[in-house]
Design a protein around this ligand. Structure first.
Ligand code: PFF
Length: 455
């Protein structure tokens, strides 16, 4: 029975399917919610340049390491380390990844729940106002409710659960292959709309004209953290997806394609948002409420705004779907392979677990607002514990594993597809990065994020 289930291990069925799924994981709330406000808060274009450097030198090598580990072992995040180092506790890195997946899903589904609610609110006309005070009120009343935000969160979990249950090929691959082009088309439509507004050029200048005086140490740290969250690295999601990738695939090339396309989506989201924000005289540094308070006000100030607002929240929901599928697949692959649970049982138990944990994040703005862990609400704690602690720690260990533990020849064999690819030069650069630069750079973010060192 065990033999049979191993023989039938699923995988992505084509190169396009691989790109769609991996890009689907990278693209998410990070591009549309985090990227614009972090860019806005750190001075625009100069920050983007720093972000690109962090992406290339830190994010990409960790992503590639995860793909290599996953494809070499054809195993889930925990099983992969057990196969490569059966006698050492490296599998704990995978275990931390499974826990991270639960914690990220807990707060991510809260925000995606708000996005679902906003699709309906924009369509129904509940957001038809161009006064920020009123959109603030709509947002506050949604997030401080009990039944309403919980309802949306549960709906999000049901939708994702149904897709995951359908499997890797028929669920994840099929859905992301549809969503990624849709997302791109919607972004192009909204970008054209935004760029055709009078005064759009100041928004473009904000995004693309670099001002290096804005580059502070804290901006560099923000860029590094964002690159990490953006590429979905540090928690085994890319190990899990790597395990579904064919031996013929050129992994370094794929990682570069994904990172470039993901950045393109972030920039297109910035182009959708900033020209419109400037055209209507709003502040770009609006912070996290940019998406739920400023955006509706901006859309309502333009002709046909209601339609564009529905499209905008729809595309945000599409983007978040691929990211959530990859988060969920981490525990699903772990439970089905390490405990031989059926996919159905693993999905149901995981969804219920995330629902219970996630409800505490959702209720952080209402009944649980006074319950604090280390001085933070559940929502903030889950976000902080993953972005500032677990993902960076995971990234360090994954880089150290690939650089020092797995074995130079083994890593090289996997990266060159058993010598078929002529990429030895690239391999040498990669090894230096994962051995030295990546662990040191991440350790600095981690220690600074935890206020252990101050720069
Ligand atoms: N990359 C996703 C985003 O930018 O929204 C977030 C994410 C997805 C992080 C999957 C981690 C992960 F495993």
């Amino acid at each position: 029975m065990k033999q049979e289930s191993q023989n039938k291990r699923e995988g992505f069925s084509s190169s396009i399917g691989v790109i769609a799924a991996v890009l689907g994981s990278a693209v998410g709330l990070g591009n549309i919610w985090k990227f614009p406000y972090v860019t806005g808060a750190n001075g625009g274009a100069a920050f983007i340049l720093v972000y690109l450097v962090c992406l290339a030198l830190v994010g990409l090598p960790v992503m590639l390491s995860e793909h290599l580990i996953g494809r070499a072992t054809k195993s889930n995040a925990v099983g992969a380390f057990k196969k490569l180092q059966p006698r050492r506790p490296w599998f704990l890195v995978g275990g931390a990844g499974v826990i991270s997946a639960f914690l990220i899903m807990a707060f991510y589904t809260t925000v995606v729940g708000w996005v679902y609610a906003y699709i309906f609110k924009s369509a129904s006309g509940a957001l038809l106002t161009n006064k920020p005070q009123q959109t603030t009120q709509v947002f506050n009343s949604l997030i401080s409710g009990v039944a309403e935000p919980l309802f949306w969160q549960v709906l999000v979990l049901i939708v994702i659960g149904i897709i995951i249950m359908a499997g890797v090929t028929k669920g994840i691959e099929r859905v992301t292959k549809f969503l990624m082009p849709m997302l791109f088309i919607l972004l192009v439509i909204i970008d054209i709309r935004s760029l055709s507004l009078p005064g759009a050029s100041s928004g473009l200048a904000f995004l693309f004209k670099p001002d290096f005086s804005k580059i502070t140490v804290s901006a560099i740290l923000a860029a590094l953290g964002l690159a990490f969250f953006k590429l979905s690295v540090g928690m085994g999601a890319m190990i899990t997806y790597g395990s579904y990738v064919d031996k013929q695939e050129n992994l370094p090339k794929m990682a570069v394609k994904v990172a470039l396309s993901d950045t393109l989506v972030s920039l297109m989201a910035g182009i959708a948002i900033f020209p419109a924000v400037f055209a209507f005289g709003f502040e770009p540094k609006a912070g996290p409420p940019l998406l739920f308070i400023i955006i509706p006000t901006v859309f309502n100030s333009m002709p046909l705004g209601r339609i564009f607002m529905v499209l905008f929240f729809l595309l945000t929901a599409f983007a978040a779907t691929g990211a959530m599928l990859s988060l969920l697949e981490v525990p699903i692959a772990y439970f089905t392979e390490e405990y031989q649970w059926s996919r159905r049982k693993a999905t149901l138990i995981t969804i219920v677990g995330i629902g219970l944990l996630g409800s505490t994040a959702t209720l952080s703005n209402s009944v649980l607002s006074n319950v604090l862990i280390f001085g933070k609400t559940f929502f903030d704690f889950f976000d902080f514990a993953t972005s500032n602690v677990l993902l960076p720690l995971g990234g360090i260990f994954i880089a150290l594993f690939a650089g020092w533990q797995w074995g130079y020849a083994n890593v090289k064999r996997e990266m060159t597809n058993e010598g078929q690819l002529r990429n030895e030069g690239l391999f040498k650069v990669y090894i230096v990065l994962v051995r030295y630069l990546v662990p040191i750079a991440i350790a600095i973010i981690l220690l600074t994020g935890l206020n252990i060192i101050h720069i």
